[in-house]
Design a protein around this ligand. Sequence first.
Ligand SMILES: [Zn+2]
Length: 335
Amino acid sequence: MSTNSSPPTRRSVLKIAAAGGALGSITSASSSIVNSARAAGTADHIAKGKRISGLEWKLLTKRRMSATQGVPPGKEDLAWVTNTVTLIHGPRDAVLVDTFLSEQHSKELLDWVVASGKNLTTIYVTHGHGDHFFGLKLLLDKFPNAKGIATASVVAAIQDQIKPEYIRSFWEPRFPGQLPSQLTAPEVIKGDTFYLEGEELKVVELGHTDTSHSTALYVPSIGLAVSGDGVYNNTHLYLAECDQAARDEWLRALDKIEALHPQTVVAGHGVLDPDSSPRHIEETRRYLRDFDACVGRTSTAIALYKAMLSLHPNRVNPGSLWAAAKAAKPSQKQP
Ligand SMILES: [Zn+2]
């Protein structure tokens, strides 16, 4: 993960961003290590002799199967989803935001963090869905001085998710033989701010996004918002836990992220080589509004599913939409 020897200024980062795909990234069928100035953040050089943040960030993205089975035929080529984790680091220390779901991806994540050469101090978990924290135990075993942290509501949700009965009934059938054998919950964070090499990292309470009590992590010194699952990138939103009120809450969460005026927005679920552009805030908002409109003018799950697919034909993970459609039109439960 080499970085430029002299960190570019914000302007040069933007210029490089405009060059788009000319920059290198390593992509395989199942994972993408994003390692370009387009996607990896560099120090935010604030002009006129003010403080220069020493923080940078990089992403690791892994592709996995959808959690929803029994999706109507068609769109098989899009039937996958990614998870993305963010490593925020200074010259010495690092904070990891979220982990992966499977044991294999967790091991690969561990290798990636070790290879960074950084001292992992903290693993922050954005929300209580297993695909964001199942790897926690493996990381904490390797970095015993690191702390896993999350808000009290997220810790409570995680404690529910890792109950043996829930693992047996929900996660194991969906990802048979793939889950880490040992799972753990993070500790409750005190307050809403913690520090990495003297720089603030702020917890942003988002309310309900794709689950209740979601959060984002914002790093003001580099304009980085790690959105948890608040923002999606070219992926069908997971709306199965959302009624109308929750979708409204999600829209307000997007307003909150937007009000930070972030330069970079990391989506929890996106493409293999994400651009982490703030434009995905508006695209996520548009998807939610489209879903509301389609709920209003359809009466069955399949009609809702097809109406949304016609508006968003190229997003990955149609299974997520199918689960949402069945939840919104429960009279159409499939066998
Ligand atoms: Zn997720």
